[in-house]
Design a protein around this ligand. Structure first.
Ligand code: FES
Length: 431
């Protein structure tokens, strides 16, 4: 073995590459057609790089380059990196909806890991559903795993102002409908909104799930917010490559990180960042894969946590600003100081979450506000039950106007989305 470090237990990849017989020949010989020297099959950790790169998933279109940085780290630490593709789910193109395929993608991930010779895996995640799909699939295999998010795009800038991906589209399309924006301006804004590699730079689902990765302990510090095109994102991928090799040697499997404590940390973090309600369905599904009890009601744990982060769609700023202000560690530190973080929850770098964030600075209290003066008080996800949703529904009070929080009125029910689109602007609609 090239490295003197010992593995905590025999490596599963040796059940393929360690054989001396005909099967060993088959497994090694075909791999050698890629130029892999014989000694790389000597029992060093084999690291899968699970890649959701696709030109049809623009948020993940830089992942082939990112994977190269992971490989550098894996080689440096004495491992053998092997990159493999899985189904990529892009929000903007995939019909009828990427959510329909989350579980299918997770099955792809699970079987790709389970059926192949790897000892640990790096999960390259970005666009909304790719993060839960890869975490879920990997959790079912329970190897050492480390998620690397692709990072948010740079701030959208249109005519001197910041515009957020997603959020700005709805606002501007309404302006076109209202006649306060021209079609030409609307088209020009397309090029100004999403102007760099990366995923949506508001606190939408992608940024929320990247923050969940970090708060669950499944990613390295600052995984959530480093912009995709910032060289520090490449450094993070490089360091992740180094670290996963040691995780294999330590046998630091996912179940040691994804504990009930980790999920409670993530729920409170989601409240503090004003995160997406989609995190609810994704984290409950992930918990089930790893054998942790987590219910809809558990999200009430975040109900008394203020929203500290002033980011669109709840607020004003964007992920680039969030990173420069201190990123997620600055939020986690405050949660820890308030007794709202299980400080001893283990993370992928082998340290506790508190070790990672206890000295995190906050450089801009306009972006990351404080418990003393929070952006929005009591802003966690609220769980609602009633005759419209007998099994429960969720709402994100931080993104709702005050009039929505208490409302009494009749419901207008449409047969389907086509009827909604056809009738919603009809002045004679009985609303
Ligand atoms: Fe991919 Fe928003 S469309 S993250």
């Amino acid at each position: 073995m090239a490295d003197s470090k010992k593995n905590a237990k025999p490596l599963r990849s040796q059940a393929w590459f360690g054989l001396k017989d005909r099967d060993g020949f088959l497994h090694r010989s075909w791999m050698k057609n890629q130029g892999i020297p014989h000694d790389e099959f000597d029992g060093r950790p084999v690291i899968g790089i699970c890649n959701t790169w696709s030109e049809l998933t623009p948020c993940n279109s830089h992942f082939r380059e990112l994977a190269e940085y992971v490989k550098k780290g894996v080689y440096e630490a004495g491992g053998l990196p092997l990159e493999f593709p899985v189904m990529s789910l892009g929000e903007t193109n995939l019909r009828p909806t990427a959510m329909l395929f989350r579980n299918l993608a997770s099955m792809d991930v699970e079987e790709s890991i389970r059926g192949n010779p790897m000892d640990g895996v790096i999960l390259l995640v970005g666009c909304d559903k790719t993060t839960p799909a890869l975490l879920m699939g990997a959790a079912s295999c329970n190897l050492p795993a480390l998620a690397v998010s692709g990072g948010p795009m740079l701030n959208g800038r249109f005519r001197g102002k910041n515009i957020g991906s997603g959020t700005g589209v709805w606002q501007m399309s309404e302006e076109v409908r209202a006649g306060t924006m021209t079609q030409e301006e609307f088209t020009e804004a397309e090029s100004c909104m999403n102007r760099s590699r990366g995923h949506c730079m508001t606190m939408g689902t992608a940024s929320t799930m990247a923050s969940m990765v970090e708060s669950l302990g499944m990613g390295l510090p600052h995984n959530a917010a480093i912009p995709a095109v910032d060289a520090r994102r490449q450094v993070l991928a490089h360091l992740a490559g180094r670290r996963i090799v040691d995780m294999v040697r330590e046998d630091l499997t996912m179940d040691k990180i994804l504990t009930r404590q980790a999920f409670e940390n993530a729920i409170r973090t989601n409240a503090a960042i004003g995160g997406s309600t989609n995190a609810v369905v994704h984290l409950i599904a992930l918990a089930k894969r790893i054998g942790v009890e987590l219910s809809l009601e558990d999200w009430e744990l975040g109900s008394n946590v203020p929203c500290l982060v002033n980011l669109q769609p709840s607020g004003e700023y964007l992920m680039e600003d969030f990173y420069y202000a201190g990123g997620l560690p600055a939020v986690l530190k405050q949660l820890g100081e308030q007794g709202l973080l299980h400080r001893d929850a283990l993370t992928v770098n082998g340290k506790t979450i508190w070790d990672n964030v206890s000295s995190a600075p906050n450089y801009d209290e306009k972006v990351i506000t404080t418990f003393a003066e929070p952006f929005k008080p009591k802003a966690g996800i609220a769980v609602l039950k009633g005759n419209l949703a007998p099994n429960g529904a969720v709402i994100k009070p931080s993104a709702a106007t005050a009039s929505l929080l208490k409302h009494r009125g009749r419901a207008v029910v449409f047969e389907n989305v086509e009827e909604l689109h056809a009738k919603v602007d009809d002045d004679s609609l009985d609303i």
